[in-house]
Design a protein around this ligand. Structure first.
Ligand code: G3I
Ligand code: 9MR
Ligand code: ZN
Length: 564
């Protein structure tokens, strides 16, 4: 009788094992020509690993793990399992004797296509003012037209009924906020301008699909049209349109509160940051939409110019929530970076000397904003101003290019040496830290466009790997992506509908070193910052979703697929 050695059962045994969180991979997968690695936090340092084919557990690659290194952010000792030499498309997992196996992943040229589709289409699922239905692909993911009743809040300086049309719900709530709309639509329009081949034909299965405009531009226009309703005849832009408080966890059309246009509470009632962000975004729209809708592009151009003039006349009108309003504030104490962004984008679109003059007179104040550790964020948009100026070869931009490249060199270098090969520093585990990682990726890709360097592209990919599973929690932070995705986001449609799974393509906020919601009390004292995350609906400070978090994810996906 032939003795069947245990090894004959090992592959089947390995395949049947439940994946270990200690072996972290990008659960969407890896491009064939890119570097590929798992990050391993084994209890005991491991020496060898195998990559097995999921279909039959056949070993297709063997390798040795790198030396252990301390990762302070996760409180672990980690090793790298590099399998870059494996390029054959297919579905695989990593297996380490004594540590177990990873979640499955793909290798292939189109591994990010579906992630890009879901992450971009998620904006359709945030539409306000219309019925939304994700269709047969996601049966039951629908709601009726919502927030049709607009009103002027007394803080706006107006009274009576107000428009309430279109726009995207900001996040897990149903508010619409101009400041957050600014960086969101600006980032998405930049992605289109830089990565048109990846985005102009992207089918999103939205109501406008099939018209002559790229779906992503149709989708962005849904929010731009709402933003245009927020501009006053004097050019100023009101700050937000929300209920007076957050609604319960109801579907959009079950939120019966009036949607108030909310201002600063005293003359001139509009806010500088909202107005300047608006000017920047409309200037971008004015150069992107002409091939598809000249009238709309002209409206955007005029709106941008008049918003600029208002902001120059009112450079420091700040917003904070007026009495009786407790929704998101997006308050910012300094709007000079928004002004610089507006001047940069208006110059890029018009070449008008008054914008050039403003930019050249003011950009030096933001030299330090071009750094390895200061990616853009809704309160700090000066990187977009400086990057955009340089992308368009603005006067004096050679000096700015050098600063951008020096910062990217330092960023790439520290990223490739980090424990999980991504860019977050200890200080970056804040509310929305996953968007910080995505914005680091955007910074690297913009530098790669200005001065091509494969290290920038690889470092940007490292941030994408982190978001899609190669992280200390071994979780894909994008809903419905990967074998172990986040499943209970702080997102009212996901929490209020009858569907078991959340709405798709939404990037969760991510680990937050500060306990900024009651649910975070559950996290044990001493939890390392990179593990300060709860996949629980109640944890809005780690597990909400937001339009300005998905935008750099879309940019990052399109950029790594574009490759240049
Ligand atoms: O910038 C400081 C940093 O210097 C400091 O080291 C760090 C320490 O944690 O805090 C940083 O500020 C944080 C700020 O976000 C950074 O952008 C604050 O702690 C943090 O409270 C603040 O959180 C904001 C949150 O609203 C609460 O205000 C998020 O950025 C913002 O994305 C989020 O936005 C909400 C909207 O108001 C409502 N809609 C949902 C949306 C997402 O949660
Ligand atoms: O749902 C709200 C989320 O969008 C905000 O980001 C968060 C912080 O402002 O607040 C959430 O609303 C909670 C409120 O702050 C406290 N009561 C419970 C609400 C729902 O979790
Ligand atoms: Zn709505």
């Amino acid at each position: 009788m032939r003795v069947l050695f245990l090894s004959a059962f090992l592959p089947a045994f390995a395949a049947a094992q439940s994946p270990s969180a200690a072996i972290r991979v990008n659960q969407a997968g890896y491009l064939p020509g890119a570097s590929k690695a798992a990050i391993v936090a084994a209890a005991q340092p491991a020496r060898e690993f195998a990559v097995r084919r999921t279909a039959d557990a056949k070993t297709v690659f063997r390798g040795r793990l790198g030396e252990p290194m301390e990762d302070a952010d996760s409180g672990e000792r980690v090793q790298v399992a590099d399998f870059s030499a494996l390029r054959t498309p297919g579905r695989y997992y990593v297996e380490i004797p004594g540590a177990g196996r990873s979640w499955d992943f793909e290798i292939g040229p189109r591994v990010y296509d579906r992630v890009l589709y879901l992450a971009t289409r998620s904006y359709y699922g945030q539409r306000c003012g219309t019925a939304v239905d994700l269709g047969p692909e996601f049966p039951g993911y629908r709601y009726e037209a919502c927030h049709r009743t607009g009103a002027w809040h007394e803080s706006s300086g107006r009274t009576g009924p107000a428009p309430s049309q279109k726009g995207w719900h900001d996040a897990g709530d149903y508010g619409r906020y101009v400041v957050n709309s600014g960086i969101t639509t600006g980032t998405l329009l930049w992605a289109y301008e830089l990565y048109q081949p990846q985005l102009e034909k992207l089918q999103l299965n939205i109501p406008e699909s099939g018209d002559k405009t790229p779906d992503i531009l149709d989708e962005i226009r849904w929010n731009l049209e709402w933003m245009l309703t927020m501009q006053d005849t004097d050019g100023g832009v009101w700050h937000k349109q929300t209920g007076e408080k957050f609604p319960g966890f109801v579907l959009p059309h079950e939120d019966a509160m009036p949607s108030y246009i909310i201002g600063t509470g005293s003359g001139p009632y509009k806010s500088t940051c909202a107005t300047a962000d608006f000017a920047a975004v409309m200037a971008i729209a004015a150069r992107v939409y002409p091939p598809f809708d000249g009238d709309f592009a002209r409206r955007a151009r005029e709106a941008a110019a008049s918003a600029w003039e208002w902001a120059v006349r009112n450079p420091a009108v700040l917003f904070s929530n007026p009495k009786g309003v407790s929704t998101g504030a997006y308050g910012d104490r300094d709007c000079s970076d928004e002004m610089l962004w507006a001047a940069s984008e208006l110059w890029r679109t018009t070449r008008n000397r008054k914008y050039e003059q403003y930019f050249l007179e003011h950009w030096q104040k933001f030299r330090s904003a071009i750094a390895h550790d200061r990616p853009p964020a809704w309160p700090q948009v000066s990187p977009l101003a400086l990057w955009g100026w340089t992308l368009s070869g603005g006067p004096g931009s050679e000096e700015i290019r050098r600063l951008i490249v020096a910062a990217a060199d330092e960023l790439a270098s520290r990223t490739e040496k980090s424990g999980h090969r991504m860019s977050l520093l200890g200080k970056d585990y804040i509310w929305g830290s996953n968007s910080v990682a995505a914005n680091y990726g955007m910074q690297l890709l913009v530098a790669h466009r200005l001065r091509p360097d494969a290290r920038y592209l690889e470092a940007a990919l490292g941030n994408l790997h982190y978001l899609l599973g190669r992280n200390p929690l071994s979780i894909s932070y994008v809903t419905r992506v990967g074998a172990n995705p986040v499943r209970r986001p702080h997102h009212r449609p996901s929490g209020a509908d009858r569907n078991e799974e959340p709405w798709p393509g939404l990037l969760a906020g991510g680990p937050n070193a500060r306990r900024q919601d009651p649910a975070m009390k559950k996290l044990p004292e001493g939890t390392p910052p990179a593990k300060m995350f709860l996949d629980e609906q109640e944890s809005y400070a780690t597990n909400e979703v937001a339009i300005n978090w998905n935008a750099p994810l879309v940019f990052l996906l399109a950029g790594v697929m574009h490759g240049k």
